[in-house]
Design a protein around this ligand. Structure first.
Ligand SMILES: NC(=O)c1ccc[n+]([C@@H]2O[C@H](COP(=O)([O-])OP(=O)(O)OC[C@H]3O[C@@H](n4cnc5c(N)ncnc54)[C@H](OP(=O)(O)O)[C@@H]3O)[C@@H](O)[C@H]2O)c1
Length: 241
């Protein structure tokens, strides 16, 4: 295995579970020194233990500008920043509480804006930022309006930032339907299995994704020195159907 990530400092905001934890694990296996951040301290400690070694874990809510600014001060210089943090909301707009919509839009849109604003100056030469969208930004799914809007906003903004912050590379990973704990927050187990079954039947690969598969794509974006301002779908071909 190439040692291009050996000893690099990687901060994953949203690294306490799901895709963020998987990205941290893949980076750790490649020899990176990990730092993770998220809101819930117990969840952070558990993830740090699962990731092994000494993984500094920072409690932070990305919707709080002061906390996010403080996170980067505490974290110090980093080589790669990965942002997967987002709260969850699913359901028709007519049923949505404004608070839930704000939670998702503020975490996934404003949170990633501010992570770039305060994070980019801390990324050392040769490093990268990887942000997170979602396939509903281009494949409409009833009930996912806020996710679609947030993802599209981040994809568009990242293309701008790839120019504004050049030569720092800024890319966006676009996950399809990935089996992570967020789905247990969004719906009961039976509904989740039914949703996954329906999606799997449509996809060219015949199944939903694994968090690690997105983590490996994030590693690819981190290390691909000729990639910037790009969006990488990791979706089992969802964008095709
Ligand atoms: N799973 C999918 O099918 C899928 C599909 C398309 C796109 N995505 C996107 O991929 C990203 C990761 O999704 P996931 O499935 O891994 O979700 P997840 O399992 O819910 O993990 C989200 C992570 O972000 C943290 N987080 C949430 N809100 C936060 C906030 N306000 N401030 C700081 N940290 C926060 C969570 O920890 P705390 O809750 O403790 O803060 C957790 O570590 C999200 O942007 C999601 O929209 C996921």
């Amino acid at each position: 295995m190439s040692d291009e990530l050996q000893g690099k400092r990687v901060l994953v905001i949203g690294g306490s579970r799901g895709i963020g934890e998987a990205a941290a694990r893949v980076a750790g296996e490649a020899g990176c020194r990990l730092l993770i951040a998220g809101r819930n301290e117990a969840r952070l400690s558990a993830a740090a233990a699962r990731l092994g070694g000494e993984v500094p874990a920072f409690p932070v809510d990305v919707t709080d500008e002061g906390q996010l600014e403080g996170l980067f001060e505490k974290a110090g210089p980093i080589d790669h920043l990965v942002v997967t943090a987002a709260s969850a909301v699913l359901g028709p707009l007519s049923d949505q509480e404004t608070e839930g919509l704000r939670g998702l839009l503020e975490s996934k849109v404003i949170g990633q804006f501010l992570a770039v604003k305060y994070g980019a100056p801390r990324v050392r030469e040769g490093g990268s930022i990887t942000l997170c969208s979602g396939i509903v930004s281009r494949k409409p799914l009833p009930g996912a309006g806020a996710y679609a809007a947030a993802g599209a906003a981040i994809e568009a903004a990242a293309r701008v930032w790839a120019l504004e912050y050049a030569p720092l590379r800024i890319n966006v990973v676009v996950p399809g339907i990935i089996d992570t704990p967020v789905w247990n927050d969004l719906m009961p187990e039976e509904a989740k299995q039914s949703h996954f079954g329906g999606v799997s039947a449509q996809l060219p690969v015949g199944r939903v994704g694994r968090a690690r598969e997105v983590g490996e794509a994030i590693r690819f974006l981190m290390t691909s020195e000729f990639l910037t301002g790009t969006t990488l779908e990791v979706d089992g071909g969802h964008h095709l159907v």
